[in-house]
Design a binder for this molecule. Structure first.
Ligand SMILES: Nc1nc2c(ncn2[C@@H]2O[C@H](COP(=O)(O)OP(=O)(O)O)[C@@H](O)[C@H]2O)c(=O)[nH]1
Ligand SMILES: [Mg+2]
Length: 242
């Protein structure tokens, strides 16, 4: 079974080489990585190209002309991964917040036909002690907010470490996604739940990045807060079918 992990990058040049080292060092069979870089000014895209020499066809790079949001980077990456025959499509951040050593467990869960979500808020999961209190509160609140408004039966609604069986991902109408930024994670979970797919939350420790900077912004947070309210109306047809 072919697994492709889609990794969006924007200014991640320090993280990319050790990240790929870690992922391919797992020795997991038939594991591929697709980097989606938004023309990072720090040269992450060129660096990714040069790493192809080391990893060969296991590493692919897709370049987008400008920074255009995490959600849109994923939509583009998912389409490529599926077109190239991936059976399982993973998604993870480039900054080591998502634990590489949980990848085999995530693939295992997805191979059973479930959406595997790396979860900070189930037993055994946690977030970095170094995370500032406001960031912890925001993350926790964001999850509860989405869960309550959308009726999601998930403990971690906003996390970005997920593995999709292609059977689920191919049924999600991604052309309807309007979220440009991080709220994309919630929108995808919502659609998957409306379509009746099962999820499996796998506990993770979410580490704070040690290199590079976060791209989270006030604008992204506002988009998320508003979009969550709009989703039920936007997917009324799917809700009614349920
Ligand atoms: N291609 C692309 N990647 C992005 C964009 N915004 C964030 N990322 C990447 O998405 C991942 C998560 O972003 P990060 O800044 O760590 O967000 P945080 O963990 O919520 O602070 C990282 O790999 C970023 O490089 C974007 O607009 N385009
Ligand atoms: Mg991060």
């Amino acid at each position: 079974m072919k697994t492709t992990i889609v990794i969006p990058t924007y200014n991640e040049k320090e993280n990319l080489p050790p990240l790929l080292e870690g992922i391919f060092g797992l020795g997991q069979e038939n594991l591929h990585v697709l980097i989606v870089d938004d023309s990072s000014p720090d040269g992450t895209g060129d660096l990714a190209e040069s790493l192809k020499e080391k990893y060969g066809e296991k590493l692919q790079v897709f370049h987008r002309p400008e920074k255009n949001g995490l959600g849109r980077a994923y939509v583009a990456g998912f389409a490529i991964a599926m077109k190239e025959g991936a059976d399982i499509i993973g998604q993870m951040d480039a900054d080591f917040s998502h634990p590489i050593d949980r990848i085999p467990a995530m693939i295992e869960a997805a191979s059973q036909g479930k959406l595997a979500i790396g979860s900070r808020y189930v037993k055994g999961g946690s977030t970095d002690e170094r995370w500032p209190l406001w960031r912890k509160a925001l993350s926790r609140f964001g999850s509860l907010y989405s869960r309550t408004i959308l009726g999601l039966r998930l403990n971690d609604c906003t996390g970005g470490f997920k593995f999709w069986p292609k059977e689920i991902l191919s049924k999600i109408p991604m052309d309807r996604i309007r979220s440009g930024g991080y709220v994309f994670q919630v929108e995808m979970n919502y659609m998957s739940c409306l379509l009746g797919y099962e999820t499996c939350e796998i506990p993770i420790y979410f580490a704070e990045r040690t290199a590079g900077t976060s791209k989270m912004s006030f604008k992204i947070q506002i988009e998320a807060a508003i979009q969550v309210w709009l989703l039920p109306q936007r997917y009324k047809d799917l809700r009614e079918k349920k």
